[in-house]
Design a protein around this ligand. Structure first.
Ligand SMILES: C[S@@+](CC[C@H](N)C(=O)[O-])C[C@H]1O[C@@H](n2cnc3c(N)ncnc32)[C@H](O)[C@@H]1O
Ligand SMILES: O=C(O)C(=O)C[C@]1(C(=O)O)C=C[C@@H](O)C=C1
Length: 249
């Protein structure tokens, strides 16, 4: 997005690596960090707008949960500039919400701004209103695993008939040999995007207990159990994938 700051957080050796958190330092360089770390990030973000264009009923509500700088919200607002809808973007991190607010104010088409709301809050504690679309891009992986099914059930209940959920995640693989191969390839991807071995390994340590990934099979099973009639992986690039889940109309 339109924030030029480069990610150098893990570039120098750290005596003690603290747990990764979405604090001011991360928020400052987040667009650069996520673009260089997540294969397919730009494509997934852009496709959220096309899913909205195809599936959203005029006037329906959209949630962008764990919105960070508001990339998906902004893509949707730009693409659907002429269509009526309302949108709530939510993030727990005050630093991220401040960036999302500035980004939307600067780049969201003026006609849409009144229909967009930003909330600093916990998506596990939110009271959800009826929605036509929910975006969960790279957020579920940061929630406690034992709370994930409960959240998806609540989101399913909030969706109106014909509503859609976009679930994008870093995923792990079984068997272990496949996981190892794809994990290493992802590190090659990061190196090709300018990260050093030191940056890659220090960030991996920081994320270790914070970002707990599931297999694609577990994600699909959870969506099935939450009640989604159809759910399929529409995108995968190394260990990053995105699922579209549809509620029966
Ligand atoms: C990897 S980022 C998401 C990226 C963003 N969706 C995008 O597409 O650019 C994860 C975000 O989830 C937020 N987050 C983590 N746990 C949360 C929670 N319980 N409630 C709300 N936001 C949360 C973090 O603050 C962070 O901004
Ligand atoms: O797996 C990694 O190494 C990542 O950097 C992934 C990831 C993510 O998937 O959210 C982790 C933290 C940052 O939010 C940006 C990217």
């Amino acid at each position: 997005m339109k924030d030029a700051q480069q990610d150098h957080i893990y570039a120098t050796p750290q005596e003690r690596i603290s747990r990764f958190s979405f604090d001011e330092r991360v928020a400052r360089c987040f667009p650069d960090m996520i673009n260089r770390s997540v294969p397919g990030y730009a494509q997934i973000t852009a496709m959220c707008a096309l899913f909205a264009e195809r599936h959203l009923r005029p006037g329906a509500h959209i949630y962008d949960l764990g919105c960070s700088h508001g990339a998906a919200s902004l893509a949707i607002c730009e693409r659907l500039a002429e269509r009526p809808f309302t949108l709530t973007a939510v993030d727990l991190s005050p630093a991220m919400v401040a960036r999302a607010r500035a980004n939307l104010a600067a780049h969201c088409p003026a006609a849409r701004l009144d229909d967009v709301e930003l909330i600093e809050g916990d998506i596990l504690a939110l009271e959800y209103r009826t929605a036509g679309m929910i975006v969960l891009n790279f957020t579920l992986q940061f929630l406690p695993p034992e709370r994930r099914a409960e959240l998806l059930e609540r989101l399913f209940d909030a969706l109106e008939p014909g509503g859609v959920l976009v679930l994008s995640e870093k995923v792990r693989f079984e068997p272990e040999a496949v996981e190892r191969e794809i994990f290493d390839l992802h590190h090659d991807f990061k190196r090709a995007n300018g990260y050093s071995q030191l940056e890659i390994s220090q960030k991996r340590s920081a994320l270790e207990e914070v970002m707990l990934t599931d297999t694609l099979e577990i994600h699909h099973q959870r969506l099935e159990e939450a009640g989604f009639a159809r759910h399929f992986t529409w995108f995968q690039y190394l260990n990053f994938a995105s699922i579209l889940a549809l509620k029966a109309s």
